[in-house]
Design a protein around this ligand. Sequence first.
Ligand code: AMP
Ligand code: ZN
Length: 123
Amino acid sequence: MDNCLFCKIAAQQIPATVVYEDDELLAFKDINPAAPVHLLIIPKRHISTLSDVQPEDTVVLGKMLALAPQLAAEHGVSVQHDADGTPRRGYKTLINSGPDGGQVVYHLHMHVYGGPRPWKGMH
Ligand code: AMP
Ligand code: ZN
């Protein structure tokens, strides 16, 4: 997709701090982090918003979701369970869709936020 920032990052035409890459997905650090860990997971193939997802995209959507806990673990923000099962730490996953959803970059992406709170603008 011409003139799409995240397509350009996927094509390595614009630099990013890449934390994961495979044939279908790319993950990189958000340039303006709102939390101690703030990553973005994108499909390499251009999909503009969650509302533009087609039935054939469900596999890549599942892979995006499955990658989040893997990256959270690699960045030290996994959910940990105490001996009695009480959960500790953790992370937030978020997809903004359209202007009312707060989407600014129109290439589907999932935010992964983690680390000690409070986070910038989030509770
Ligand atoms: P959204 O509001 O969900 O569209 O989020 C877009 C995100 O992309 C924001 O958190 C920005 O900080 C981030 N962002 C914008 N440009 C870049 C870039 N060149 N590299 C990494 N992250 C970026
Ligand atoms: Zn794109």
